[in-house]
Design a protein around this ligand. Sequence first.
Ligand code: SF4
Length: 333
Amino acid sequence: MTPAELGEFLAPHGISAVEARRLFAHHVQHGRRNWDVKNLAREKIARVAAVVDTPTLEVIDRRRDPADGFMKYLFALADGARVEAVRIPIFDDKYTLCLSSQAGCPLDCVFCATGRLGFARNLATWEIVEQLRIVRDEADRPLRGVVFMGMGEPFLNYDNVITAARIFADPSGGAISGRAITISTSGVVPAIRRFTDERHPYRLAISLTGATRARRRSLMPAAEKTWPIDELIDAVRAHAAATRDRVTLEYVVIRGVNCGADDAAALCELLRGIPVRLNLIDVNDATGRFAPPSDDERRAFIDALQPLGAPIVRRYSGGKDVNAACGMLAATA
Ligand code: SF4
């Protein structure tokens, strides 16, 4: 629940909106596991404890990559499903959390270990928020950002993800700037349009990874079949116009597959006139089927993309030694 929802829920139990917000901050912002809120009458605390359940997730495993400090968490859910989250160090002074929105994923991007698991279910809002509370409360530095880039397609669990983002951004909740919360989608067009219409403060990132129908169909079959690239690009254009900002596009780069001169030319043609920033992410595939490009191949691809006039960033994806990098989350210890 958001603070407002908690206030409405507790009002019939004689708890004021101000008291509900203090209870919310006690639990979410300060990470307390009881209701011992200062200056709140004992009998009110007893009433809250009688009607508010605060379940948690079990941490089955934590693995830290010694090479770069990325830390992967494996959580067990009450029904036996498992999800992962990754704590990402930012310089030496803070963390960002990459978290999961679904157990497994109904989509089937061929380069992704989560997609190979199949789909179990959507996570409830509290299961998303609890990932943050657990990781943050044992961290040695402040947690200042969240990316919905873990297991699952966040926009297929839209309502719970947006409610979780609201809780993260609330000053009594995660107290994280809305601009430091990024929701990444493989291209769920109706949800992108809804997100645009609702004018959220959170950042949007869209995984493109192919510049033509054929290329995208071979790499992200379910996404391309359901939301074809032309419709996706229309939604990208509308989002850029509504926000007056560049749209972040993610592109998983795969040696010999999607980073040739023809791919660069198709990408320039597809995105002509649309303000974007392009994040290139080397593929991580523990099965060995796909490999990242060579330095020469990547450099040639970036050179060929210069006519776009867009910022092109090579995004670091860490935690490879503990299978925590992009595309590697498979909920295994
Ligand atoms: S890349 Fe994202 S949307 Fe695609 S299968 Fe993996 S988790 Fe699902």
